[in-house]
Design a binder for this molecule. Structure first.
Ligand code: GAR
Length: 226
C-alpha cells in the first residue's frame, strides 16, 4: 500500500495511553491502512503524550479546564483535529463526555473503546460492576461514537472469563489485553473501508468471523461416564 494513501488518524487520550500505543504499534505493520498522525489530550499530564512524543508523533493538549463551556472546549478540539488533517478519530481512554454537536461532526469517523461488553456496564467502574453483578464473562467493545454515551453501533467485542478470585485489578488487566487486540483490528478495518457506519448499523465487508469460536466460562466439560 502506498504510504501516502494511508488514512490519517488522530488519537484522543486522557491518561496512560496503552490503547493508543497498541494503535501506533499496529500502524507499523506492513499494509496497515492507517497512520497515527497526532495524539491529543485534554489533560496536560497524560502519560500517553510522552509515549507518543518518544515515537515521533505530534502531540497537542486542549485542556478542558481552560474553557468556560463544553462547546468552547470542543470547538478548539475540533479545530486541532482538522489542523492535523485527521480523517478518523480514535478515542483511547478519552474521559470527556462529548456533545451531540461535536459527535455529529465526526459521525462514522470517530471510534471509542469501552472496557465492558456493551450494552452492559456503560459508564465508569466497569470491572467493579461486572464483579458485583457476578457475570462469568466480561470484555471490551469498540464502537462508533454517537450522541448516545457508550451506546454507539458496535464494531468488535473481545470476551474474557471472570475468575472466582478476580479483583478489579486482575480483571482489568485481562480485559486490557483484549482491548489491545480489538482496537487495532477495528481501526484497521474501518480505515480499509471494510467496516462502516450506515445509519445506525455497522456494515462489514470481507471481515471474517470465526463461527466456531466459543467461550464458555467456567469450563462446561462433564465427567466421563463409566
Ligand atoms: C481503557 O481501559 C479504556 O477502555 C477505558 O479507559 C482505559 C484507558 O487506558 N476507556 C473508558 O473507560 C472510556 N469510557 P489506556 O489509556 O491505557 O488506553
Amino acid at each position: 500500500m502506498n504510504a501516502e494513501k494511508r488514512i490519517r488518524v488522530a488519537a484522543l487520550i486522557s491518561g496512560r495511553g496503552s490503547n493508543m500505543a497498541a494503535l501506533m504499534e499496529a500502524a507499523q505493520k506492513p499494509g496497515c491502512p492507517y497512520e497515527i498522525v497526532a495524539v491529543v489530550s485534554n489533560r496536560p499530564e497524560a502519560k500517553g503524550l510522552e509515549t507518543a512524543s518518544a515515537a515521533g508523533i505530534a502531540t497537542a493538549v486542549v485542556d478542558h479546564k481552560a474553557f468556560d463551556s463544553r462547546e468552547a472546549f470542543e470547538e478548539v478540539l475540533h479545530e486541532t483535529l482538522l489542523a492535523f488533517g485527521a480523517e478518523l478519530v480514535a478515542c483511547a481512554g478519552f474521559m470527556r463526555i462529548m456533545t451531540a454537536g461535536f459527535v455529529q461532526r465526526w459521525e462514522g469517523r470517530m471510534l471509542n473503546i469501552h472496557p465492558s461488553l456493551l450494552p452492559s456496564f456503560k459508564g465508569l467502574h466497569t470491572h467493579r460492576r461486572a464483579l458485583e453483578a457476578g457475570v462469568r464473562v466480561h470484555g471490551a467493545t469498540v464502537h462508533f461514537v454517537t450522541a448516545d454515551l457508550d451506546g454507539g453501533p458496535i464494531i468488535i467485542q473481545g470476551v474474557v472469563p471472570v475468575l472466582p478470585d478476580d479483583d478489579e485489578e486482575t480483571l482489568a488487566a485481562r480485559v486490557l489485553e483484549v482491548e489491545h487486540r480489538i482496537y487495532p483490528a477495528a481501526l484497521w478495518q474501518v480505515a480499509a473501508g471494510k467496516c462502516r457506519l450506515e445509519g445506525e448499523r455497522v456494515v462489514m465487508e470481507g471481515w471474517p468471523v470465526d463461527k466456531t469460536a466459543r467461550l464458555i466460562s467456567p469450563t462446561p466439560d462433564l465427567p466421563e461416564s463409566e
